[in-house]
Design a protein around this ligand. Structure first.
Ligand code: FE2
Ligand code: FE2
Length: 212
């Protein structure tokens, strides 16, 4: 695992936020804080890595759809009609591809996969992927009702007081709740749902049953 020191994180924080709108920068810094809090509960040894992933997770979020599509095509990645119909998912893919080019000194495989799957999730998510995904959903800058509900669902249960197994199960349950809310919202809007989101939800449910 790659180690990141304080000064590398400070440099990245300044660099990333300098190119963002104020709103996006506020969200990015709040995701970094939330990822660090979650790391303290689940994997303190990965706190710095998770801060890096959080800082990088939305670096292409403010690109227009055309730019995402052009960048993906330039990289030889096929862009489907479904991708274009769900443009919010494109930035996770373009950010993951941009990191080795523009942020090569931070291009750890765990950072890249956490960025890549922070929007949709995927089957068999790693702990780093789960933490960045959840931090992005429940960071303190979010006021959307589902985000507030999920933030309470996670913290009001006082996971810091739970034994390790229960704390991990709690994480899985809150993640399932997040996928349920995401899928319900997309269905209500008549919007497409990424197959990765269904797979993420299903694999967590199976995981919870196996651990019973
Ligand atoms: Fe995002
Ligand atoms: Fe985000």
């Amino acid at each position: 695992m790659r180690e990141y020191n304080q000064s590398e994180i400070l440099t990245l924080r300044e660099r990333v936020t300098a190119d963002m709108s104020e709103k996006r920068a506020r969200h990015t810094l709040a995701v970094e804080q939330m990822a660090a809090r979650l790391a303290a509960l689940y994997c303190p040894e990965k706190e710095q890595l998770l801060r890096v992933a959080a800082l990088l997770h939305d670096v292409t979020k403010e690109w227009k759809t055309d730019r995402h599509v052009a960048f993906l095509q330039e990289k030889g990645v096929e862009v489907s009609a479904l991708d274009v119909a769900a443009p919010k998912t494109l930035h996770a893919r373009t950010a993951a591809l941009l990191i080795p080019e523009e942020f090569a000194e931070y291009a750890d495989s765990e950072v890249i996969s956490a960025v890549r799957f922070h929007t949709t999730g995927r089957e068999g998510m790693t702990l780093c992927e789960q933490i960045v995904y959840l931090a992005d959903y429940i960071d303190e800058s979010r006021t959307f009702p589902d985000c507030v509900t999920l933030r309470h669902a996670f913290w009001d249960a006082e996971p810091e007081k739970m034994p390790e197994d229960a704390r991990r199960e709690h994480l899985y349950r809150v993640l399932v709740q997040s996928f349920d809310m995401t899928i319900a919202g997309l269905l209500e809007d008549g919007a497409p749902v990424s197959p990765d989101t269904f797979c993420a939800r299903n694999s967590l449910i199976l995981q919870l049953r196996i651990e019973k």
